[in-house]
Design a protein around this ligand. Structure first.
Ligand code: MG
Length: 482
């Protein structure tokens, strides 16, 4: 309790109140070069932040979210000792835009990290996250935090877009998805995913700007990311740090190290998740042994929903409709756990609507830093939610697929202006819904019963919200089409 009170006091010292006041979307039209404001307070008192970000993990893939055959004791412990979110969202249903939004607290169309033609960046892409964007890492680095990115970046593989150009002191990982760069001699189509071999893909492993291994040995990648993470935490135990750990898994092709082979009742996919769970346990254990657990917020979530077309090798969205690639709930609603012993009430559950974009404003509060004030943000401070003292203030959640606004959520309601499945016949074209389709997500999380006719007033109010949203929306040129 003593520790908890001292952190609450530290928050106040850090200017939590002013950060809270600013954690509303701010308005401006032309982004200026990145500007962050160093805080004047004692850096040593500020909490560390670790963001563990899975790739293509579904809402139903963890034991603490109801999975019947995947064992995740460490993640379950995170939930038991921390906070579990049930209505937490990524900002896009695919990798690149989702990651850009997490890093910047902005919808992908504001920074050009989306497209209606190419949904993510590829090894032949020329674009990437622009220098004028302000990332969580830049804010924290400018405020005295040591920063590291360990894992999959996917915000531009050219040198000017590297993590080290965006606020990270160091980088270890792969520059884009682990299924890119497939070699010509590998089995065609999905055959190479059914029985994946390291040599089927030529994805490089980088340390800072240098390729240190190609192809990356994906069998040991989760273990090696974990070792890097543990080393970074250990080295920086005396100063505040930010660790961003975007795992390459469970994006197909699935790989796990020898110790996890055949371990899970759920097969290869389960083995992969159980190794990620082990990794989370190693990080919690390291924090505890260094007595940093009460000074560190660990946040665990994923970039988008499960890749359902891969059948057994894709995850599960649990009760939610569809998966990766779609703006149905399964594409964007994610497992999310926050762990901060002594500060977050053990076993708490937040049913508030929240987004990966909110981590920027949250990080600013933790660091006592000002939000970038010269641009439109879509970020709401989650610290009142984490501390159990209030709400984030987020009332609306917008679901974009590329540049298309597909749906909006307000309270329990989700209104679809357009629908499009992730794959299959329903994926070919977006279907305009006029009048819009309406679901009550708290009664109907699977989006099965359209209740639009019974609630014209809800539709009317949400259409008005969209008009307000559009007023400060200036889509940037697509980086994914370059
Ligand atoms: Mg992904």
């Amino acid at each position: 309790m003593h520790q908890r009170l001292s952190f609450l006091a530290a928050f106040t010292l850090c200017g939590m109140t002013s950060a809270l006041a600013m954690a509303q979307p701010t308005t401006s039209t032309s982004p200026a070069p990145a500007q962050v404001t160093p805080a004047g307070n004692d850096a040593a008192k500020r909490p560390n932040m670790i963001v563990i970000f899975c790739d293509d993990l579904g809402y139903g893939d963890l034991a603490c979210y109801g999975n019947p055959t995947i064992a995740t004791p460490n993640l379950d412990q995170m939930a038991a000792e921390g906070m579990k979110f049930t209505q937490f969202y990524s900002a896009a249903p695919v990798c690149t835009p989702s990651r850009a939004a997490l890093m910047t607290g902005r919808l992908p169309l504001r920074n050009g990290m989306c497209s209606n033609r190419r949904r993510v960046l590829f090894p032949d892409s020329k674009g990437g996250l622009q220098a004028e964007e302000v990332t969580i890492a830049e804010v924290l680095q400018a405020n005295g935090y040591a920063t590291a990115c360990v894992g999959k970046w996917h915000l531009g593989h050219l040198p000017q877009y590297a993590p080290t150009q965006h606020g990270f002191d160091s980088y270890f990982g792969i520059p884009y998805s682990n299924d890119m760069d497939r070699v010509a001699s590998a089995p065609k189509g999905r055959a190479s995913f059914a029985d994946p071999k390291v040599e089927y893909w030529n994805v490089p492993l980088l340390r800072n700007g240098e390729v240190i291994e190609q192809p990356a040995d994906q069998r040991t990648i989760t273990r090696r990311y974990t070792e890097e993470a543990v080393e970074f935490i250990t080295q920086h135990q005396k100063q505040p740090f930010f660790l961003y750990l975007p795992h390459s898994m469970p994006h197909v092709p699935l790989f796990r190290s020898a110790e996890f082979e055949g371990r899970s009742k759920r097969g290869l996919f389960g083995d992969v998740i159980e190794e990620i769970d082990w990794s989370v346990g190693r990080i919690m254990e390291t924090l505890e042994s260094l007595k940093l657990d009460e000074q560190t917020l660990v946040f665990f979530t994923s970039d988008n929903g499960p890749w359902l077309i891969f059948n057994e090798q894709g995850g599960s969205a649990g009760p939610l409709r569809d998966g990766k690639g779609s703006t149905w709930e399964g594409g964007m609603r994610e497992p999310a756990l926050a762990w901060w012993p002594g500060t977050i009430k053990p076993g708490s559950v937040s049913r508030d609507v929240a987004s990966t974009m909110d981590l920027l404003a949250t990080a600013c509060t933790l660091a006592g830093a000002k939000l970038p004030g010269d641009r439109v943000l879509d970020s709401y401070d989650l610290t009142p939610v984490l501390l159990g003292t209030g709400e984030s203030g987020r009332e609306l959640l917008f679901y974009y697929r590329g540049y298309n606004l597909m749906a909006v959520r307000k309270g329990p309601w989700k209104m679809h202006l357009m629908t499009q499945d992730a794959y299959g016949a329903g994926a070919r074209q977006p279907v305009k819904q006029d009048p819009p389709v309406l679901y009550h997500l708290e009664h109907d999380p699977s989006e099965r019963s359209n209740v639009a006719e019974a609630h014209p007033e809800v539709i009317k109010a949400m259409l008005a919200d969209i008009e307000v949203h559009k007023k400060d929306l200036v889509p940037a040129e697509s980086q994914l089409e370059r």
